[in-house]
Write a protein that binds this ligand. Structure first.
Ligand SMILES: NC(=O)C1=CN([C@@H]2O[C@H](COP(=O)(O)OP(=O)(O)OC[C@H]3O[C@@H](n4cnc5c(N)ncnc54)[C@H](OP(=O)(O)O)[C@@H]3O)[C@@H](O)[C@H]2O)[C@@H](O)CC1
Ligand SMILES: Nc1ncnc2c1ncn2[C@@H]1O[C@H](COP(=O)(O)OP(=O)(O)O)[C@@H](O)[C@H]1O
Ligand SMILES: [K+]
Length: 472
């Protein structure tokens, strides 16, 4: 599990660890790890130039100490200071190693790499004008963000507003001890590039962190959570998923939802809906049967005008539900909770309608909106996107970024709804069914894509391969 902690949690864990270590030991661990990663990235230090953008805090201190290591290895290290008092001990170390502070009007040498150490976890959103100008000077040069790309909302995962200013977009982010929320949650995560965590543990102890409310499943977590048949399993033990989706207008959505449900993760699939869709389902999926008892329903994909009735009928069975597309407009129609266990699967536009806000507001602050929706509707909410967010009712959120951009294709969401339905039927709790489903869906898309285009049916067909590829 990848865990992301808040600034407050990180500061408190760092303070406890620092109390057991000699002064400066933690920053030395952080900056040494940072320097080694930068040196690896540069390939060779000798003859290379690194520009440090250094603010007033300890984030700048990390870069200055790392710069000292790089300078000792033969790098030319030049500092653009954005404060009259950059970390004094760090600056002294850098100078002693041969690095230098650029004068205000001194252009410096065109660097091979920039270290962004304007602000870290102490920063407010947005770059001040001097920092924005220092960044513009080195436009086009690869940037390694120290801890976080300066200017992003560390705990919100949001980018600064136009009034707050701009932010750094990094090619790589090097952080310390644990992830920050902005590393896992878009739109800020998109500004981080790949994120490396330098461990802060060593002689004298490690960070002791609270349980994280923002996390990201890894392959091993999915393997551990996924229910698997055992020797004596029967199809009914493995769970039956029912699909009420598709309509005369959108028959394909019903078929694709069935394809996601019929990926083999539940013991049986039932389809109930439009007669013509039902006939095609039976032709394409001979293993699918008609109405009867189910352990979970997948409802709404392409449901059109039938979606409300489908939702009412599914709800009457009092089993877990996954609700998509046209049925999302009806989740509050019935008074009281939708089901004891429900997963709602909107994209940003659908969530905006459900919360009566602009789509752009959801896209700018997906974490805040998905949490609000989970609380408002008393359900697990899976907000689809480049990095899908799954929010539990208590505010816990799992981020899933396994899918390639090729997954942004019509019908892919219908497959996901069927897949989550199958996982609910197989006995997973809604938070696990939604996040494991999103993870497998993205992973199946990556396998199906192999770097090229795909259609939604390809994703459904690749789900068994995604399961097979999980670690034992
Ligand atoms: N504790 C430890 O041992 C360890 C700490 N570590 C490192 O310390 C970092 C945290 O350091 P920190 O607390 O000093 O805060 P940090 O982010 O450098 O700067 C905050 C200052 O910047 C300013 N400022 C704020 N917003 C701004 C803006 N938008 N644009 C421009 N300036 C802005 C504001 O000062 P002001 O200029 O307003 O007086 C504020 O006080 C952390 O991210 C990690 O890298 C690691 O070494 C691990 C061990
Ligand atoms: N840029 C992207 N990168 C990766 N996955 C994406 C991206 N944009 C959308 N997706 C994924 O593609 C799927 C699209 O689903 P959805 O919008 O419901 O389409 P449809 O309604 O046509 O089925 C979702 O699983 C979503 O998370
Ligand atoms: K930074």
């Amino acid at each position: 599990m990848r865990r992301a902690h808040t600034v407050e949690e990180i500061r408190s864990a760092e303070a406890a660890l620092m109390a057991t270590l000699p002064e400066g030991a933690l920053m030395e661990r952080a900056s040494t790890g940072l320097a080694h990663l930068v040196a690896d990235l540069l390939g060779a230090c000798y003859g290379r130039t690194v520009r440090l953008l250094v603010g007033s805090g300890d984030n700048g201190g990390d870069a200055l100490y790392a710069g000292a290591v790089l300078a000792r290895r033969g790098c030319r290290v030049e500092v653009r200071a954005l404060s009259s008092t950059p970390h004094p001990a760090g600056l002294a170390a850098l100078r002693a190693a041969g690095g230098r502070l650029l004068g205000a009007d001194e252009p410096g040498r065109r660097p091979d790499l920039v270290l962004d150490a304007v602000v870290g976890i102490g920063g407010r959103p947005g770059l001040r004008d001097d920092a924005a100008a220092a960044l513009a000077e080195v436009a086009g040069v690869p940037v390694v963000a120290v801890d976080v790309p300066s200017g992003v909302g560390v705990d919100t995962g949001e980018l600064p507003t136009a009034a707050q200013g701009t932010h750094v977009t990094a090619d790589l982010t090097v952080t310390f001890g644990t992830h920050r929320v902005c590393h896992l949650v878009d739109p800020a995560a998109a500004a981080c590039g790949p994120v490396h965590v330098v461990p802060l543990g060593g002689p004298g102890g490690d960070l002791v962190l609270a349980p994280a409310s923002v996390t990201a499943l890894q392959a091993g977590d999915v393997a551990r959570l996924l229910p698997r048949p055992v020797g004596e399993s029967q199809k009914y033990d493995r769970g039956v998923v029912g699909v009420r989706a598709g309509s005369a207008r959108y028959p394909g959505a019903g078929l694709l939802c069935v394809a996601g449900a019929a990926s083999g993760l539940a013991g049986m699939v039932r389809y109930v809906g439009d007669a013509e869709v039902a006939a095609t389902v039976k032709a394409q999926h001979p293993e699918v049967v008609g109405d009867g008892r189910v352990q979970a329903w997948a409802v709404g994909s392409g449901g059109d005008e039938d979606a409300r009735r489908h939702l009412a009928e599914a709800r009457a069975d009092e089993v877990p539900l996954v609700v998509d597309a046209d049925a999302l407009r009806h989740v509050t129609d019935f008074g009281g909770p939708l089901a004891s266990a429900a997963v709602l699967t909107p994209h940003a536009g659908e969530l905006a309608t459900m919360l009566d806000v602009e789509r752009s507001a959801v896209e700018a602050a997906p974490l805040a909106h998905v949490r609000r929706a989970a609380e408002t509707f008393g359900a697990v909410v899976l907000l689809k996107g480049r990095r899908t967010l799954v929010a539990d009712r208590d505010g816990d959120v799992r981020a899933v970024g396994t899918g390639p951009a090729w997954l942004a294709t019509a019908g892919a969401g219908d497959v996901l709804t069927g897949l989550v339905g199958a996982l609910l039927a197989s006995g997973l709790a809604p938070y696990d069914a939604a996040s494991v489903g999103a993870w497998l869906h993205g992973s199946a898309a990556r396998l199906a894509s192999a770097g090229g285009p795909l259609v939604a049916g390809d994703v459904a067909r690749a789900i068994p391969s995604a399961v097979r590829a999980l670690p034992a």
